[in-house]
Write a protein that binds this ligand. Structure first.
Ligand code: ADP
Length: 393
């Protein structure tokens, strides 16, 4: 009945009443907050959703400066933004949706998505802001990232669990060597009554014993880092170094099989801003998968290379296995995609999501035709500024 403009017998003032009524009903019913201000920042309209969002009645806000719903640190700059736009025409927010902070009447500051449009009206320029509460989305994001961290932790634990026997074997070597060096010193001490051993020889043996103890300690420390539950922490580190350590740790798995692990690192460091443990988790996942297929292949090799390509740091993992079919490569990075009897199909999915969280990616060259799979981890070269710790790990 109120279709307005199309009806010939509705005169001008009726039409404006109709459009005002439409505007009012839009303001009343919109799920998003809508606020209209003039070019001095004075609030002209403040809808129901805004009232709920900010805890102010429209009557308390209309006629006042919009700064009332902004936290002080933004409010102070707001007049400046409007006059900057008036003078230069340069748009900093108009036409662009952006995450900003809002202030509730009780003083709570919370994230809102704001998009601003501009309208020229007979009474001057007006800005229309559409606001959406971002707290529910943030909570979901936080829960997801917490869950993701838990899954990552669990997959690291299970990887370490699988490696248990190999690690015990690895630890046994330095501990046995340490025992032998100490026995040698003890035997000499007994037979000579504590004297007569050449001091240089004694120091050399003790030094070897110390180095073995350090090796054993290093293995335990790296294992502990892997299974520790902790918040991700980025450091400015040499990618070659952390990849090398991850290979050392995962290479125990290859022991006993005859798979040769070839390493290729550039002379210059390849600096990245990453959480070293998470990146090592990716490298270990890729290496374990590669060793598993390579050990049943005629070639029996895995190659691990680090290199820099422009602004990107790359880790390339290749194997002598059968490669991956085009069909399987479609679903490979999805969760629970596995061909193994005891596999979870989480390794590659988690690895890709870690890589993407670091601003990088994990991709696949499927191989085939006698070539094995080639996985390529890409990470941005780091300037040391985006890490929360730039001292290395
Ligand atoms: P899982 O190891 O638990 O199966 P992943 O996500 O690490 O989980 O791997 C998913 C699947 O991808 C594996 O089951 C395997 O079929 C395939 N795959 C991974 N790496 C390789 C590789 N280097 N060569 C051939 N197939 C691979």
């Amino acid at each position: 009945m109120d279709s307005g403009a199309g009806e010939p017998d509705v005169d001008r003032s009726d039409r404006s009443t109709v459009s005002e009524a439409r505007f009012a009903s839009l303001m009343e019913t919109a799920a998003d907050g809508i606020v209209v201000i003039d070019e001095n920042g004075i609030v002209l309209a403040f809808n129901k959703s805004c009232e709920a969002l900010f805890g102010f009645a429209a009557g308390d806000v209309i006629g006042r400066n919009i700064k009332i719903i902004m936290p002080p640190r933004y409010a102070d700059d707001h007049d400046g933004y409007i006059s900057h736009y008036r003078e230069t025409g340069e748009k900093r927010i108009i036409g662009i949706g952006r995450e900003v902070s809002g202030r509730h009447s009780d003083g709570t500051v919370f994230p809102v998505e704001l998009s601003v449009g501009e309208a020229m009206t007979p009474i001057g320029r007006q800005f229309i802001g559409i606001l959406r509460d971002l707290r529910p989305r943030k909570q979901v994001e936080q829960r997801l990232s917490h869950l993701q961290a838990q899954i990552m932790h669990m997959t690291r634990l299970s990887a370490m669990d699988e490696m248990g026997a190999a690690v015990a074997h690895e630890l046994n070597q330095p501990l046995t060597a340490l025992m032998l060096y100490l026995q040698t010193v003890m035997r000499h001490a007994r037979s000579t009554g504590g004297t007569g051993m050449d001091p240089d020889r004694l120091v050399a043996i003790l030094e070897k014993a110390r180095a073995e103890a350090e090796r054993a300690g290093g293995i335990i420390q790296r294992m502990r880092h892997m299974v520790e539950k902790r918040d991700p922490e980025r450091s400015h580190v040499d990618l070659s170094q952390i990849v090398n350590e991850a290979i050392d740790l995962a290479a125990f798995v290859a022991q006993g099989s005859t798979v040769a692990i070839r390493r290729s690192f550039p002379k210059e460091p390849v600096m990245v801003d990453v959480d070293p443990i998470q990146i090592q988790q990716i490298v270990m996942n890729l290496l374990r998968n590669a060793v598993e297929v390579a050990k049943d292949s005629p070639g029996k090799w895995v190659s691990m290379a680090v290199r820099q390509d422009g602004d990107s740091a790359l880790v390339v993992v290749e194997d002598s296995g059968p490669g991956i079919s085009a069909e399987q490569s479609q679903t490979l990075f999805r969760t629970f995609s596995t061909t193994k009897k005891t596999g979870m199909g989480l390794g590659l999915a988690i690895s890709r999501s870690i890589a993407q969280n670091h601003g990088g990616d994990l991709g696949l060259d499927p191989g085939g035709d006698g070539r094995g799979a080639r996985f390529i981890l890409t990470l941005p070269i780091g300037d040391g500024l985006s890490g929360n710790n730039t001292t290395g790990d």
